[in-house]
Design a protein around this ligand. Structure first.
Ligand code: 5GP
Length: 178
């Protein structure tokens, strides 16, 4: 069974759901009187976004965007839009939903792109944060869990496009990628 490749469960499904309830309550409070556009970054944000929006109680819209990072010989190159937003975000308060903030490069570029498209305000909510890996100055306004520098899978996060459907966040066995 594919779950046999999980070394350990880092964050359980219950912990994620409970945290989504807390984040949803905080976001609802902070966006009171506003109608945010909630933008999920495909594909990793899907399970987290689906859980989180259940607990957001202000009127909102949702949309999705997919970006890909092109690596040069050493460092990561530019971030390109692979699937653009369907809706206009001109003048809107945008809340970007991400699976994990690692180096921060993806979100730094996405944030700039969204402001270029006319967003009034751009904030970030991320299920996970690996602050030790940051190379650019960017922080998510809302973070589910801060984790150590380990490669994690599940709840949207993949290894070679697999394991996104695990209902928890876990660490992959070393033998799977060594
Ligand atoms: P950043 O631009 O912040 O370095 O990269 C963010 C992206 O890298 C995430 O959206 C995710 O796709 C990928 N990533 C970073 N760390 C991990 C990890 O531990 N596990 C998985 N599965 N993906 C990761």
């Amino acid at each position: 069974m594919f779950a046999d490749n999980v070394e350990k469960v880092l964050i359980s499904e219950k912990e994620i759901v409970d945290r989504c309830k807390e984040l949803g309550a905080q976001i609802s409070k902070d966006y009171e009187g506003k109608q945010p556009m909630i933008v999920g970054l495909l594909k990793g944000s899907v399970p987290f976004m689906a859980e989180l929006i259940k607990y957001i109680t202000v009127d909102c819209e949702i949309d999705f965007m997919a970006v890909s990072s092109y690596s040069g010989t050493e460092s990561m190159g530019d971030v390109k839009i692979v699937k653009d937003l369907d809706c206009s975000i001109k003048g809107m308060d945008v809340l970007v939903v991400e699976d994990i903030v690692d180096t921060g490069k993806t979100l730094e570029k996405v944030k700039k792109m969204l402001y270029t498209k006319g967003a009034n305000d751009v904030k970030i909510v991320s299920l996970l944060d690996k602050p030790d890996r940051r190379t650019v100055e960017i922080e998510a306004e809302y973070v589910g869990f801060t984790i150590p520098n380990e490669f994690v899978i599940g709840f949207g996060l993949d290894f070679n496009q697999k394991y996104r459907n695990l209902p928890y966040v876990g660490v992959l066995k070393e033998e799977c990628y060594k």
